[in-house]
Design a protein around this ligand. Structure first.
Ligand SMILES: Nc1ncnc2c1ncn2[C@@H]1O[C@H](COP(=O)(O)OP(=O)(O)O)[C@@H](O)[C@H]1O
Ligand SMILES: [Mg+2]
Length: 362
């Protein structure tokens, strides 16, 4: 996969920019707060309209402007070109929210872009994947799956909406007539969509695991072995049975205590939970292994290697890991941001500078 061109208008602090990245390594340098991450976020938005920083519409649109526009040209490895037109409109505009066109065809919601352009983002927040909360690990899997299977996001959204409704009901259980029957209905629906989410995640984990293990072996020169174990919220009897069994606990807690929204995967290093024991270096190696596995996995499933977006992470890695990463990315389009450009003067990458939202090729 390749991004050939991206033009931005009124996107965050970028009034107007035309970005033509290199087919391989492109480096965006600049001081803090200049718009480097904003540019990467705009590239990422092309994968399906979501921000990797979880930003709302109003945050993406340049202050005091009604809407922002992204226009991109992408190319797949077999030479198929796509023109993507994505707008983020404020509430009172004719096209509010995130909408998209592909090759002139109106797709409606930008989430319908999923699959047309794929990328993997690696940012400093990912470094907490090992020691952070289960939510971060679920988000890692969900973000990958949304790009791979357009139906995944739809199932995820329905599940999330049902969950909110069920939780509201659990809170007002005593005061709601017919609440028990309503919970039965919610559980059936939750089981339907939730089971789909869990099965997809487990299937993805099965592919990701051997790739991540091999990466870790390479990075750490086999000093210790990585293992990943997915913990589904239900067993052979299915999610519905588990939800029924959790009813009492749900009522006691006042929220839904079981299901894919509580799942996690365990990271082990030589059999020990990394969450408790991993050193800084081991955490970095693990996250790097997972991110590179995510990219290889996408290539296995779709035949396309996603564009790599590395936000501010190189300076966090030591020289050995930097070199490993950049060697792996050779011949794959990679866009890197960094405060310090000296790192890259030796490489063949193309250099841009971002200053106050203005992008300049060096
Ligand atoms: N909607 C917006 N309108 C105008 N400026 C914005 C908007 N959202 C963020 N910014 C500005 O973008 C800058 C941060 O950009 P960012 O890409 O995160 O910086 P960095 O170069 O450090 O990665 C801040 O100055 C912030 O005020
Ligand atoms: Mg940044």
């Amino acid at each position: 996969m390749r991004l050939k061109e991206l033009s931005l208008q009124n996107y965050r602090n970028i009034r107007q920019a035309d970005f033509t990245p290199c087919p391989e390594l492109t480096v965006i340098c600049g001081k803090n707060g200049q718009g480097k991450t904003n540019l990467l976020e705009a590239v990422w938005l092309l994968t399906g309209g979501k921000s990797f920083r979880g930003a709302k519409d109003a945050e993406l649109i340049a202050r005091d402007q009604p809407f922002s526009v992204l226009e991109a040209e992408t190319e797949t490895s077999d030479g198929q070109q796509n023109q993507i037109y994505l707008t983020v409109g404020g509430r009172d505009t004719p096209r509010p929210g995130r909408t998209a066109k592909r090759n002139g065809v109106d797709l409606g919601r930008a989430s319908a872009l999923a699959g047309s352009f794929t990328a993997v983002v690696f940012e400093p927040g990912n470094l907490s994947l090992v020691k952070g909360s289960p939510e971060g690990r679920r988000r890692f899997l969900d973000a990958a799956l949304c790009q791979l299977y357009p139906g995944y996001l739809a199932a995820w959204r329905r599940y999330a909406r049902l969950l909110t409704q069920k939780n509201a009901l659990l809170k007002h259980y005593e005061r709601t007539p017919g609440a028990a029957q309503m919970l039965d209905v919610f559980d059936e629906e939750l089981a339907r969509y939730g089971q789909e989410l869990t099965l997809r995640r487990m299937d993805y984990m099965k592919r990701l695991r051997p790739l991540a293990i091999a990466n870790y072996r390479d990075i750490s020169q086999a000093s210790e072995g990585l293992e990943l174990v997915y913990q589904p919220s239900f067993g052979d009897r299915g999610l519905l049975e588990t939800l029924r069994e959790s009813r009492r606990a749900d009522l006691k807690a006042g929220f839904s205590t079981a299901g894919p929204h509580r799942e996690d995967f365990t990271v082990l290093l030589d059999g020990q939970p990394a969450k408790l024991f991993a050193s800084q270096g081991q955490q970095r190696s693990t996250v790097l292994s997972l991110k590179l596995a995510e990219a290889s996995c996408a290539q296995e499933i779709t035949g396309e290697h996603p564009v790599m977006l590395l936000d501010d992470v190189l300076s966090e890695l030591d020289a050995t890991r930097q070199e490993y990463l950049l060697t792996r990315m050779r011949q794959k389009q990679t866009i890197v941001t960094a405060c310090d450009s000296s790192l890259f003067h030796k490489t063949e990458g193309e250099l841009f500078r971002m200053e106050g939202g203005v992008l300049e090729k060096l």
